[in-house]
Design a protein around this ligand. Structure first.
Ligand SMILES: Nc1ncnc2c1ncn2[C@@H]1O[C@H](COP(=O)(O)OP(=O)(O)O)[C@@H](O)[C@H]1O
Ligand SMILES: [Mg+2]
Length: 451
């Protein structure tokens, strides 16, 4: 689940061979026998689910990566090697290199898909070069580059914070967005580097730190700019949706739980969000406006907004499936498999109708602290809590942890369901409280250290 992390290693059996592609009606292809390439993956669940969903649909799966070993390190969820028929290794941070590696297969492949923030752009660019159906590169860019999201949304009158894009600490100090303000990277993810700054000095200091952090977790160069935003008060939700031909099919409104500032580390999700219907509808409306403003017409959406006293305002739009096990929670609550539905969309099928929630579902993340894991207790008791569906502790004795600096520093999670989101959350919290990860100091890796 976390990108770096500690504890578990994924199995690596030899890839099996698949059957050749068979085409049915163009644009409405049956999944069986179709050949799909996945470009890298997130390590938080939905990317791995996508591989298995494609396999379960009878597809031949190619996994394109620059380093398969990245997914097989301790502390990550096990990589689903049994869902992969073929691995192609190439420089996946370069769309031209991906297109060159896949060009000999272009005739047999039906789609190139990515389910991970870091590779959405490269997948869209390479798919366009190869002539595959997929996301428009410009729309992906408008999500991945948050300064572009803000500019396009502001121009279209979509509710959002006052903001400034700056390239110096002085710019972060002087931006006219009021205090407290949020200072954050333009194109990072997992809340990494997002900080609430209460005064000009803090804002300048944090901007300096961000500007000196030149590469992301996957070794990609980050934009040399920082977003300074008005702080949006209020509860936060994400809208999960599928979009095809510009039509937005809402799937779920998810409530987000956060740790105390100055960081914005996620501690859990609850769905359906505990909102009155008018507020829920208002969130859907604002997200639909934002998607229209950025020209987003195909793919999954995980869009975050805050319910401010002036109504919902956009935090960011992710052009991908949600991470953090939200796809699993959606499936538990509604029965809809968003991941499989997205694959079907790439194969020319329309997105499914908006599902109704039959249950509430919740996840509570386990966070550690800097030090060395000595022991893990209480998982059996946690599993016995009524409503609990899964208890997963990724940190193992001997693992070195740092203080949580981003969502990548989770060390496990508990998933639960209940009659309502509230009941599911109560069960998840009770189970999470039963898990004890004993950590001994002193810290060997300080917060904000190497990722
Ligand atoms: N302008 C803002 N006002 C209030 N909270 C914000 C704002 N910008 C970001 N946040 C908080 O920080 C979190 C992470 O920021 P976000 O822009 O979504 O970055 P990431 O891509 O890392 O998820 C958000 O989910 C939200 O809780
Ligand atoms: Mg976010």
């Amino acid at each position: 689940m976390s990108e770096p992390g500690n504890g578990l290693a994924g199995p690596a059996p030899a890839p099996a061979r698949g059957r050749r592609a068979r085409e049915t009606v163009p644009g409405r292809r049956a999944p069986e026998g179709q050949r799909i390439a996945f470009l890298e993956s997130n390590a938080t669940g939905s990317g791995y689910e996508a591989i298995l969903a494609a396999k379960a649909r009878g597809c031949h799966v190619t996994f394109v990566t620059r380093d398969l070993g990245y997914y097989q390190r301790p502390g990550l969820l096990p990589f689903p090697m049994d869902g992969v028929d073929r691995v192609i290794t190439c420089e996946t941070n370069d769309a031209d290199a991906i297109a060159a590696a896949l060009a000999p297969l272009a005739g047999e492949l039906s789609a190139l898909i990515s389910v991970g923030e870091w590779y959405m752009q490269a997948a869209a660019d390479a798919a366009a070069l190869l002539g595959f159906k997929g996301q428009r590169p410009a729309a992906v860019r408008a999500c991945r580059d948050k300064s572009l999201t803000r500019t396009l949304c502001a121009a279209a009158g979509v509710p959002g914070p006052r903001f400034a894009v700056v390239t110096t600490p002085e710019g972060a100090r002087r931006a006219e967005v009021g205090f407290p303000r949020v200072v954050k990277p333009v194109d990072d993810s997992m809340s990494h580097g997002v900080r609430l700054c209460r005064d000009a000095g803090e804002a300048a200091g944090h901007a300096a730190a961000l500007l000196s952090d030149t590469h992301n977790i996957r070794g990609q160069r980050k934009a040399p700019a920082v977003l300074v935003e008005e702080y949006l008060p209020g509860p936060e939700v994400s809208v999960e949706a599928l979009v095809s031909r510009g039509q937005v099919r809402p799937v779920m409104v998810t409530e987000k739980l956060l740790a105390a500032p100055p960081g914005f580390i996620e501690t859990g999700h609850v769905l359906p969000a505990r909102l009155e219907e008018p507020a829920r509808r208002a969130c859907l409306r604002v997200v639909a406006q934002a998607l229209a403003a950025i020209g987003y017409d195909f793919g999954a959406v995980h869009a975050e907004c805050r319910l401010t006293p002036d109504g919902p305002k956009i935090v960011e739009i992710n052009c991908r499936l949600p991470g953090g096990q939200i796809t699993r929670l959606v499936k538990l609550a509604t029965g809809l498999d968003m991941t499989a539905a997205l694959i079907d969309m790439y194969l020319g099928r329309p997105p499914p109708p908006a599902p109704a929630a039959r249950l509430g579902a919740a996840i509570r993340f386990l966070l550690g602290r800097a030090g060395t894991v000595e022991s893990v207790h209480g998982t059996d008791g946690a599993t016995m809590v009524a409503g609990v569906r899964e208890v997963c502790v990724l940190a193992r004795p001997g693992a070195t942890l740092r203080d949580p600096a981003s969502n990548a520093d989770r060390i496990g999670y508990v998933i639960a369901t209940g009659a309502t989101g509230d009941a599911a959350l109560r069960a998840a919290c009770a189970a999470a409280a039963a898990v004890r990860v004993e950590v001994a100091g002193p810290a060997r890796v300080p917060a904000g250290g190497p990722r």
